[in-house]
Design a protein around this ligand. Structure first.
Ligand SMILES: *Cc1c(COP(=O)(O)O)cnc(C)c1O
Length: 440
């Protein structure tokens, strides 16, 4: 335990629990009404800019990824009601969920099978666009399908993209960059799964492995990239572009909610639960949703007990000045997508006026929830994704929040969305091993 942190353990119960490696639920008392208006680091029109950029690239993406044919090159996932999972959570965990429970299936996003297909791919596309603009090879009014022509591969081949990753970000950046023709290097931390490294190598991606944690992989990647002037580093700790790529999910979700005839207003609150690693993905999605639904959407992050860096950062207000090791926690978790020890340098601050709270969960429960979802709904998602149910299985804490917000009478009309952040690329063998975890 680093000196000076004891006072937070003594005065903030959730920090005390978390530092003792117990599951906990922190409610954010800095959240304010219309909090999104207090966010000045980013402007709402930047989300529009990101959305338009993705639309410009859609004809290209449709051309090069067969799986995007049906959606016209738009990378989006299904929003599905999961009533049997609701029954399972109510029976097995006494969750007492009223209203509707839905799954946002980013676990099944095309191209890379995780939420990183939003931010990661967006950032690569933005970088490619800038290079092509600067070289006079492309203008905004062109049909971006031309990018599929060999001369562009040759052009991008003179440039390198690098990223540090626990796995899924590397998959998105790696697959997209390699497709465009970039030389791409992914720096993988010790938590990264072998099958992800194998898959990337099979697509022509250079994978460098580290025995150390995520921060070390990022550090080395950043250093490598700085030494090469043709190299671009995707900086998960600081990137506004990743964040904006994720935030486009807000509008996309709104369209899906409306198409299913679901109301979101004062009488029909929307509760959203998103697994958090460094914070970019859940932060970006939350930012996008808050711009649309304001006080009618209630967003929670969820983290593994062993890697609850955002809880420590936000609850203490120390943000990225604190990491889980400072509290004597090892940062090791089976939820590889969430195995991050230090939160983003800016996400916690941006979230301060809007985030409802953070729940943590033990690894072994992730496997029970995984089996629960598979048995009840026939949907497989990876361990990290299963953290999206962490808040729902702590009904007493959730009730405190609901009472504080004066929503008790509205909860029968509520919609809960668990954000499944990854899963459909997990190979069959690995799935089987996951599904057997903790059974004997
Ligand atoms: C990366 C990831 C997250 C969280 O995203 P961060 O930007 O690291 O907070 C959640 N789930 C999965 C499966 C991921 O790969």
């Amino acid at each position: 335990m680093k000196k000076g942190l004891e006072k937070y353990m003594d005065t903030i119960p959730a920090v005390g629990d978390a530092s003792r490696q117990r599951e906990t639920f922190w409610l954010n008392d800095k959240k304010v009404p219309e909090g999104e208006k207090k966010i000045h680091l980013l402007q709402p029109d930047q989300i529009d800019d990101a959305r338009r950029r993705l639309e410009r690239f859609a004809p290209y993406l449709q051309e090069v990824f067969r799986e995007l044919e049906e959606t016209g090159g738009i990378i989006e996932s299904e929003l599905r009601e999961i009533p049997e999972m609701k029954d399972f959570l109510n029976k097995a965990y006494g969750a007492g969920i009223e209203g509707r429970l839905m799954l946002k299936m980013d676990s099944h996003l095309p191209i890379s099978g995780s939420v990183k297909a939003r931010g990661g791919i967006y950032e690569v596309l933005k970088h490619a666009e800038e290079l092509a603009f600067d070289a006079g090879l492309l203008t905004e009014s062109d049909n971006y399908r031309v990018l599929a022509e060999p001369c562009f591969c040759e052009f991008f081949g003179k440039h390198t993209v690098q990223v540090g990753s626990t796995g899924n970000l590397g998959m998105s950046i790696g697959i997209m960059s390699a497709k465009l023709g970039f030389h791409v290097i992914v720096h993988m931390s010790a938590d990264a799964k072998q099958w992800k490294k194998d898959l990337l190598r099979s697509r022509g991606v250079e994978v460098i492995e580290y025995a150390d944690d995520y921060c070390a992989a990022v550090e080395q990647g950043r250093k490598n990239s700085e030494e090469d002037e043709t190299s671009y580093f995707v900086d998960d700790e600081n990137s506004r572009n990743l964040f904006l790529g994720y935030s486009v999910a807000g509008e996309r979700l709104k369209a899906q909610i409306e198409a299913q005839g679901i109301a979101v207003d004062r009488e029909h609150p929307l509760f959203v639960y998103i697994p958090c690693g460094i914070g970019g993905a859940p932060g970006g999605v939350t930012y996008g949703l808050k711009q649309i639904y304001g006080d009618h959407v209630h967003c929670f992050f969820t983290e593994p007990v062993h890697a609850c860096c955002m809880l420590f950062g936000m609850a203490t207000g120390l943000q990225d000045q604190v990491c889980v090791k400072d509290f004597g926690i090892d940062g090791r978790t089976d939820a590889d997508g969430l195995a991050v020890g230090r939160p983003s340098a800016f996400v916690g601050r941006v979230m301060e006026p809007v985030l409802s709270g953070i729940a943590t969960i033990e690894d072994k429960k992730l496997y029970d929830l995984m089996r629960g979802l598979l048995d009840s709904q026939d949907i497989f998602i990876e361990p990290s994704s299963c953290a999206s149910f962490a808040a729902l299985i702590r009904p007493d804490d959730l009730r405190d929040y609901i009472e504080r917000e004066g929503l008790s009478d509205q909860m029968k009309n509520a919609t809960h969305i668990a954000w499944a952040t990854g899963g459909n690329m997990v190979p069959e063998e690995t799935r089987k091993a996951y599904l057997a975890m903790g059974l004997s």
